[in-house]
Design a protein around this ligand. Structure first.
Ligand code: RB5
Length: 149
């Protein structure tokens, strides 16, 4: 039996319904999905969920994560406050592919109010299946972290 692949996901209320759809998609694709909330469409604050997601990815508990808010920007700003996180705002398949291939992104941030379910599934599938290219991108990624922190 093929081993389940692991993925963590979190959203605010603006990403809640897309998160639920992605969980169904990912489960069908044989991923073990860790849902860090939110758990209803009631209004919440995206930093509360972005930090939870960034922590499980930073700790190595989950290799990759998906974060969703209305624009994708707020929750992306939150996850990128964590040293080990490279969060990428992905709104189409090619951006998603390059986020993995060139940036070795470990969190894919989605704009829940601006993409539909099929676009989101394609973006996420691409993110999860594209390997980092390495090579010339390694030294660039090494320069992202602020040395003073
Ligand atoms: C919530 O209304 C909205 O501001 C939030 O989901 C996100 O888009 C913030 O960046």
């Amino acid at each position: 039996m093929e081993e389940l692949k692991k993925i963590a996901i979190a959203s605010d209320h603006a990403g809640f319904y897309l998160k639920e759809k992605l969980i169904r998609f990912l489960t069908a694709e044989r991923y073990e999905v860790k849902d860090l909330g939110c758990y209803s469409p009631d209004a919440v604050d995206y930093p509360d969920y972005g930090h939870l997601l960034a922590k499980v990815v930073s700790d190595g508990e989950y290799p990759l994560g998906i974060s969703i808010c209305g624009t994708g920007n707020g929750i992306s700003m939150v996850v990128n406050k964590h040293q080990k996180i490279r969060g990428a705002l992905c709104w189409n398949e090619e951006i998603s592919r390059l986020a993995r291939a060139h940036n070795d992104a470990n969190i894919c941030s989605l704009p829940g109010r601006f993409i539909n379910e099929s676009e989101a599934c394609l973006i996420v599938k691409t993110f999860l299946t594209t390997p980092f290219e390495g090579g010339r991108h390694i030294k660039r990624i090494a320069k992202i972290s602020m040395k003073t922190e």
